[in-house]
Design a protein around this ligand. Sequence first.
Ligand code: C2E
Ligand code: CA
Ligand code: CA
Ligand code: CA
Length: 375
Amino acid sequence: VNDSYGHGTGDQLIRAVAAGLKVLIPQGAVLARIGGDEFAIAFLSDGENAAALQLSEQILDFLVDPLEIGRRVVVVGASIGIAMSPAGTIEREELVRRSDLAMYKAKEAGRARMTLYDPSMDADREQRNALELDLRNAIESGDLTLAYQPLVDATTQALTGVEALVRWNRPGHGPVSPEVFIPIAETSGLIESLGLFVLRKACETAKQWPELNVSVNVSPGQFRNPAFTDYVRYVLKQTEIEASRITLEITEGYMIQNPQRTRQSIERLKGLGVKVALDDFGSGFSSIGYLRQFGFDRIKIDRSLVMGVNEDKRQREMLQATVALARSLDIPVTAEGIETEGQAVAMRLFGCDCLQGYLFGKPMVAERITDMLNE
Ligand code: C2E
Ligand code: CA
Ligand code: CA
Ligand code: CA
């Protein structure tokens, strides 16, 4: 059960949901609260899925209507996993484990879903566990590396900075995309050590490029940690890097969920002298007006928006308006994912002062950046 607005109505909410479920479940069924916001319902059926699917649908329907908790109206949702024990052949613990696995699959698929357990879920889980184990080893033995992608001045196309991007060559498997392993690091408690490695490595490397700014991605799991500012202060001191040359990039998603804490964290980070940029702008929901209060030093327009700039008239207009609004708040704008001259020209025309994309260079090893500076 997910209180999607995080109103924190807690036990009252759980009681209201439980009361609703009690009405829905069939005669003789067992309703149990596993813990937190998780419930289990067990009942006998004729051996087919239909009854469980139907009940799940009824539960999701029931939760579509907002619940009144005291004077509050709360919107809740649920992710439901279903497992069957044909003729009682599956042990109770195993049945709970299977439905739990199916529930996580439902969760991954989006809100308000129901999913039936199937054995391939065990294989998925095993693969994921193996990946997690390898990632843990890679972090511990320093097998992760950083690639650096050029950031150029929109007018002169001179190299002004780089973005550090983590790379992992998984033994026996080849390169794994950070889009795959960062989320795994997030949910397995590895993000802190991974993030610390990236920040330290990027700061150390940046020392050989006194003329460049270095951007480092910070994931929500790092940013959420109240001690994050202390880590940053520590690394800055340890590597003796000039703080103003470091930009931390954070994504929109986290900010929307935790506006208050985001504001505080940004303030503290800026107190250290580092810059803070909003990454992937335009891929989510935030409006520019809303951004003013956060004090971002820079906005990066998401590649998905930049892509269509010369194809789709409406997208072009929206992009133009977005950049103009950011500029009206005196926030400089970077366009990412520039692959063609046409895109570069358009984004500069709209007012972006910094460009990034394959047109100017793919992410590359540090030595190549040094070569570029010496060219
Ligand atoms: P991002 O921060 O938006 O980084 C830009 C991504 O777009 C990079 O993918 C980069 O290689 C790719 N890219 C840049 N220019 C172009 C272009 O012109 N065309 C195309 N098609 N792609 C382009 P990458 O390195 O695979 O990273 C993916 C995402 O993973 C990053 O998106 C970032 O969110 C995350 N990530 C990467 N490194 C780190 C890290 O060290 N820490 C954290 N927390 N996240 C990271
Ligand atoms: Ca939950
Ligand atoms: Ca980024
Ligand atoms: Ca981005």
